[in-house]
Design a protein. Structure first.
Length: 295
């Protein structure tokens, strides 16, 4: 324990000393910049109206080859020499500062070079084929780090588990890996408008109503105990009429639900559904409030 504390103290002291050196060098560099700016201004500003300035590298003789009589030749040469020296000093100090910044970065992130090499190697590996994501209803590809590319929140999901992720809402799968609501609605319901999923209930089973309630667009297949659906009061065979602002006309084969959930996780969503009453073979309208789990 003492050796670990001593090591941390030494690292802190080394970092503090390095930061102090960086501060001194930065002040010195700024001082050089101010002096160089003043010299540059004097060399490029005409001393009088109609007189050419001394210049940074212009000839110091006239057209006949004689020294210019309109400027102080000695001062011009002195300023030019000092300006070149300052440029060299500035370049050297900047290189020192950059080197110390790299040292400071290495202190704060000792494994950065290794991590970068691993990332380069991972990016060069052959990528697996795209997979169909049942949560969003889209085809997705893998990022270099194994996460999912091309969908919102994909950086929090594992590409290897895309085709095996089940509903967090119904209790299947890992609710920490995927949105507990989005996956559940896609995996635990079946679109009434998609032929390759569970067919819409027969026409004689669907309740008819003149109350203005839209027809259902999905059916709940299963609800696990303790899941968000169970807590909200959803039951198997419930027919979803509206899910927040989503209904039969705009659910886009349930994809709209998957797009909505990441933005409302932790907030209540109002659900209107139809529930079959076995005792009198009738349907009742039920309004529930469901709170999806955050990512």
């Amino acid at each position: 324990m003492n050796s670990l504390l001593n090591k941390e103290n030494n690292e802190d002291q080394a970092e503090t000393a390095l930061r102090q050196q960086l501060t001194k060098l930065d002040l010195k560099r700024k001082s050089i910049e101010h002096e160089a700016d003043a010299i540059f201004l004097e060399l490029t500003t005409p001393p009088d109206e109609g007189v050419e300035p001394m210049g940074i590298d212009t000839p110091l003789v006239d057209q006949d080859g004689y020294p210019r009589g309109d400027i102080d030749i000695y001062r011009t040469r002195t300023l030019r020499r000092q300006f070149r020296t300052l440029k060299t000093d500035h370049k050297d100090i900047t290189a020192q500062i950059e080197g110390m910044l790299r040292q400071l970065t290495a202190m704060k992130h000792p494994n950065k070079d290794t991590d970068e090499q691993m990332e380069v190697q991972a990016r060069r590996l052959p990528k697996p084929k795209p997979k169909y994501d049942p949560v969003t209803g889209k085809w997705v590809v893998m990022n270099w780090d194994g996460t999912v590319a091309g969908i919102p929140g994909g950086e929090k999901r594992n590409f290897a588990d895309v085709d095996s992720e089940l509903s967090g809402l119904t209790g299947d799968g890992d609710s920490d890996a995927i949105s507990s609501l989005a996956s559940s609605v896609v995996n635990s319901t079946r679109s009434a408008n998609t032929a390759d999923l569970e067919p819409h209930p027969p026409a004689e089973v669907i309740p008819r109503s003149d109350s203005g309630i839209k027809p259902p667009f999905a059916r709940v297949d299963a609800v696990a105990s303790g899941s968000p659906a169970d807590e909200a009061g959803l039951k198997e065979e419930d027919l979803i009429v509206t899910f927040g602002p989503i209904h039969q006309d705009n659910n886009d084969h349930l994809k709209a639900i998957a797009d909505l959930v990441p933005y409302v996780a932790g907030e209540q969503i109002e659900i209107c559904l139809l529930r079959h009453k076995i005792e009198d073979d009738d349907w009742e309208t039920v309004n529930l409030k469901l709170t999806p789990r955050p990512w």
